[in-house]
Design a protein around this ligand. Sequence first.
Ligand code: HEC
Length: 147
Amino acid sequence: MPFLQKSAIAFLSLFALLAIITTSDAKEGKCEKTGSKNLQVRTKAKSKPDAKLVKRGSSLYLAYQCAACHRLNGKGPEDGVPLDGIGSRRDAKFIKEQLKNPEEHVKKHPEAYQGDPNMMPNPDLSAEEINAICSYLLTLKEHKKEK
Ligand code: HEC
């Protein structure tokens, strides 16, 4: 094949390749947009907890004296288990199980408590109270000064 013909073919294939890349890029861009839109919807739903339920949970937390053993915002016993930002470490199912039956839950998750035995008394909460307290706990922000 003469050199000129060869380079013409090479040039044309390069052109075709470029065309493919550009079109697929455009498609990807479109896909990303819808993806982030979905993400926005999801975050919105998650960041809108039921205000009434959270308030009830907060009063129950005080009424049941959870603060006697737990630390929040640097307040509470020095060696208290901190609950700040618990939502980033534990999910609702995990928290609810702990509130329902600490003894059983700690046995089930030795890795979460360094193999320590359970120290939390069973608070004897109703399912409705557990749900409210859990909603409240999931709104707690990380405490910046500690740690
Ligand atoms: C007598 C002390 C004590 C009281 C009172 C107490 N807790 Fe606990 N809590 C603990 C200890 C200790 C742990 C660590 C795991 C264990 O030993 O059960 C814990 C663990 C937890 C956890 C899991 C934390 C994690 O990161 O895994 C949650 C949630 C929790 N408690 C919520 C509550 C709530 C809500 C109340 C009030 C209804 C309460 N606790 C009352 C001592 C207490």
